[in-house]
Design a protein around this ligand. Structure first.
Ligand code: ARG
Length: 472
């Protein structure tokens, strides 16, 4: 017998039952559903809608269900359609018909909205913790390798050498904005929809403010139709999650490239790699590859829910049941990626020797050489032209700028003097860029200090502030 069976004369078609049921996935909301029901029934008692003895029986029943849920002994039945009706049915089986009073002044529509808000609020907090830890791992690595230079690229062509710490810190700040985006989305997850009823509110004199306080919500929905039919709080989470995954995916791509023989900048720890079933020499960067790959599904969930929402009339429509699986999968995918990346970064090895050779063997000092001529009075455009020709000369002779003699330099410009060779030293090229936000060692140290302060602020007040870093 269905909880809504009164209006029906025939049993539900089996295929319909299987097709419309959500218990296979919304059972993940059982904890939140019980928490919401407990607050609801206490409120019904306080408002004199239910007698106190009924409230106590129901509350005890809900507590027992909570214990069974934690012990893993609660069973769910597809015939009961979703988590809400499964739990209500369990309650009635447990404490008798009085259990049927729980749903007074409530609909599954506001109930499921409440569950989702409770669930997502908790998960955003957990994701925030994992993200902070990943930022810490990045910062530790940046500090450990503060002396290491790597080639900096544009168009994936060598451009100018940078500090590895500077490169890693770039991701730190992307993640800082991701943390802020999640925190901002959380403000709109932190809203209480219960009391909206099916769509129009309820005839019972309920106290929505009390329920909101009891469940720790800082605001409540002002419109019952809005409360049961919008899912923008999930969309915002999915959008923030998608941007965060895209950042992780870009970092993945670099780690994959950097650990290849062609780059050889880093060595991923054995514990974070896997082998090949046929090629004995292989050590594959599966973790960053999968993070890069799984970015597709997270962005897909965002687009999927946007499409679910785009044509829906107010208020509740069954389409909204489609909001859950993508959200759950995004939470799981994101948490997995964040936890793995923190470990991956903490265990990877930077190949210092190789990088020392790599940064010395390219033309990435060319801009500084042009600036050298500019400082001697040549207009930048002419300096650019002269160095361009110099580079071409080297390319034709298969050598680098540092390999030419002063006499050769002078054939390109009489302004060259003995000090030209100092300018080409990659360390000088890096340290010449001590502008705020630049790659010079002093500038990067100051940047890492600001990153530390951001982290401290964030973990202390949960309120990191990029504006603060702006003020210096
Ligand atoms: N399982 C449903 C969902 O996830 C719960 C709400 C059902 N409401 C309804 N009017 N059928 O959306």
């Amino acid at each position: 017998m269905k909880l809504w069976g009164g209006r029906f004369t025939k049993p539900t078609n089996e295929l319909v039952e299987a097709y419309t049921a959500s218990i296979g996935f919304d059972r993940r909301l059982a904890k939140e559903d019980l928490e919401g029901s407990l607050a609801h029934v206490k409120m019904l008692g306080r408002c004199g809608i239910l007698p106190q003895e009924d409230v106590e029986k129901i509350a005890e029943g809900l507590e027992e269900l909570r214990r069974r849920l934690e012990a893993g002994t609660l069973t769910f039945d597809v015939a009961q359609e979703d988590v809400h009706m499964n739990l209500e049915k369990h309650l009635i089986d447990l404490i008798g018909p009085v259990g049927g009073k729980l749903h007074t002044g409530r609909s599954r529509n506001d109930q499921v909205a409440l569950d989702m808000h409770l669930y997502l609020r908790r998960e955003i907090d957990e994701i925030g913790e994992l993200l902070t830890d990943l930022q810490r791992a990045l910062l530790e690595a940046a500090e450990t390798y503060i002396d290491v230079m790597i080639p900096g690229y544009t168009h994936l062509q060598r451009a100018q050498p940078v500090l590895l710490a500077h490169h890693l810190a770039a991701y730190f700040w992307m993640f800082a904005r991701d943390a802020e985006r999640l925190r901002d989305a959380r403000r709109r997850v932190d809203m209480m929809p219960l009391g909206a009823g099916a769509l129009a509110g309820t005839t019972f004199p309920i106290d929505r403010e009390w329920v909101a306080r009891e469940l720790g919500f800082s605001r409540l929905y002002e419109n019952s139709m809005d409360a049961v039919s919008d899912r923008d709080f999930i969309l915002e989470f999915l959008a923030a999650a998608s941007i965060l995954m895209v950042h992780l995916s870009r970092m993945s791509e670099e780690f994959i490239l950097w650990s290849s023989a062609e780059f050889g900048f880093i060595e991923l720890d054995d514990a974070y790699c896997t082998g090949s079933s046929i090629m004995p020499q292989k050590k594959n960067p599966d973790v960053p590859e999968l993070v890069r790959g799984k970015t597709g599904r997270v962005v897909g969930h965002l687009v999927g829910l946007l499409m679910v929402m785009k044509g829906l009339p107010l208020a509740y429509n069954k389409d909204l049941q489609e909001d859950k699986e993508g959200m759950f999968d995004t939470v799981d995918t994101l948490k997995g990626a964040l936890a793995l990346f923190a470990g991956l970064i903490r265990t990877l090895e930077v190949r210092r020797d190789r990088l020392a050779t790599v940064v010395a063997e390219d033309f990435s000092g060319a801009t500084d050489l042009a600036d050298y001529l500019v400082r001697k009075g040549l207009p930048f455009r002419q300096a650019h032209e002269a160095i361009g020709k110099l580079v071409l000369h080297c390319v034709e002779r298969s050598c680098f700028l540092k390999d030419l003699t002063l006499a050769e330099y002078r054939t390109f410009s009489p302004l060259f003097e003995e000090d030209v060779f100092e300018v080409l030293d990659p360390r000088r090229v890096v340290d010449a860029r001590n502008v705020r936000g630049g790659t010079g060692t002093e500038a990067v140290k100051a940047q890492l200090q600001r990153a530390r302060e951001w982290l401290e602020d964030w973990s202390e007040h949960g309120n990191g502030n990029l504006a603060r870093a702006d003020k210096g």
